[in-house]
Design a protein around this ligand. Structure first.
Ligand code: SF4
Length: 155
């Protein structure tokens, strides 16, 4: 089960999109220098199809993308909700996933997302806007993962 702590409309996390970023709790990772330690607790309200539909009703006209921030304890749930959202909106609303994993879990298909960020946060290397970052941001085209990390440096 996925739980979310909060959400916000953001402009930086997915270049070129107005994104409803949903912060998911129960993060299984323990990155040194973690920017959001509160997301390590298993707290918040359940994020399911009904909750997501409610958020879409409220914010759907103002956004172009929904990004799941975390959810690595149950990646199949993130993929399911992303797929649900794509079907529900006929692809009008794009979907993204910010994962702390090094690679996409084998049971997940990139086709169910439009954007995927992979990689744990390493405070020595910095986030996506750092030239030395270990993290990668991908645009998904026909199921292929195209590395678009450089777009964070061009802003
Ligand atoms: S993945 Fe994100 S929330 Fe989880 S420990 Fe690392 S920085 Fe913190």
């Amino acid at each position: 089960m996925l739980r979310f702590v909060n959400y916000d409309i953001v402009f930086q996390e997915v270049p070129g999109e107005v994104t409803l970023a949903i912060n998911l709790s129960n993060c299984p990772f323990r990155c040194k220098g973690c920017h959001s330690p509160y997301l390590r607790e298993n707290t918040g309200n359940e994020l399911d199809e009904e909750t997501l539909s409610g958020l879409l009703e409220r914010y759907g006209k103002a956004i172009t993308c929904v990004c799941f921030m975390g959810g690595d304890a149950t990646p199949e749930s993130v993929e399911h909700l992303s797929s649900f959202l794509k079907n529900k909106t006929d692809g009008r609303i794009k979907t993204g996933w910010y994962s702390g994993r090094e690679a996409l879990p084998p049971q997940c298909s990139a086709r169910n997302f439009d954007y995927i960020k992979l990689g744990a946060y390493d405070e020595r290397l910095g986030g996506l806007d750092s030239r030395t970052t270990n993290q990668r941001f991908y645009r998904i085209e026909d199921g292929r993962m195209i590395d678009a990390t450089a777009s964070f440096l061009q802003k």
